[in-house]
Design a protein around this ligand. Sequence first.
Ligand code: SF4
Length: 425
Amino acid sequence: MTLMSEARSGISDVIIEVAKVEGIEPEKLRKKVVEGRITIPLNPIHSPEPLGIGEGLRVKVNANIGTSPDHKDIDEEIQKAKVALKYGSEAVMDLSVGGDLDEIRRKLIKAVNKPFGTVPIYQAGIVAARKSAVVDMSEDDMFSSFERHAKDGVDFVVAHCGITLESVSRLKKQKRILDLVSRGGSFHTAWILHNQKENPLYENYDYLLEIAQKYDLTLSLGDGMRSGCIYDANDRAKIQELLIIGELVERAREKGVSTIVEGPGHVPLNIIESNIKIMKSATKNAPYYVLGPLVTDIAPGYDHIVSAIGGAIAGYAGADFLCYVTPSEHLSLPTVEDVKEGVIAARIAAHSADLARGIGWDRDIQMAKARRDLNWEEMFKLVLDPEKAKKYREKRKPKDEELCSMCGDLCAIKLPRKYLRNEGE
Ligand code: SF4
């Protein structure tokens, strides 16, 4: 029985655990799981720490890692996974497309005790491409890949079921600058056009739901049409895909299969909120997993910041799950250090959104008190990246150890203690 089906008959241990972590009533959580507003991706074969994603919960962060055809070092990917978890990523996705994909996935699952996601269509496409071409993958290749990943314990999978003959025809009519930037989306679009057939993941969606039911696999319905530049944001092709996904979310719920919906890519600040409202209304409030949103196209090298700006606004407007972006986005495969930078940027975005929604103030209040008390040890315990914070303090040491070298004995925190609070030197 899937977690969603189980929730229909009562409160399970997993619901109790997630409710406790989130500080909400288990019954409230149970109802939202039943309605599909909250998803807990948990394949019992992997059995990660339960994580609730969705309405009213803390905004979560995912880190994508994985090999490329040019760089396939499994140990480095494991290192990236560990660093991502250390700095606060609550889920990890393996997007490997180089090397032995089964071996990489299986090793990574063992290293990650949080929800673990993949994009099975990559493996189907790559296996076909190694023999002839991506467009030669068979329907069986596609579904087998999903089942293979589920059997390995993958907790959530991206399924590009919204790329259909209909949405591709909309894309053809749309004058985009960047037609497609989703790898899975491009695989399916090329397959549909080459074979002149409907996307099997859409046409035989019931079979995909059977696999998902069997393994309690969460479907992350994405986002093949996401915009790759702000000019293309929220266009007809994207909205068409979203309308199809909305129908598929409802069909999944009928079968007790949990879903997440992905979006939106590059989006200017002013339409992030409307994008989220449209998505939530088209899917009857499915958890929204946002890639970015990246709010400008011109900052490669700093795209973790670009994405954090969009992520904070998206989280405040109702997005539930942020996919990090690293500084190497659009430029190269990320390094371990890039993963760390990306996770911290996304965590800042998620936390800022939480604060604005009235969640998770305790740590900030403790930090403010530590700052007031010039208690540096306490501050370093509370910051997101203690190593970096300490390095900065060490780089320019203060004459007076109690203060920092920014203002020295003109410390704006210390002076009021004497004159405003009469606390003496
Ligand atoms: S010296 Fe200036 S920057 Fe440093 S703690 Fe005091 S007020 Fe803050």
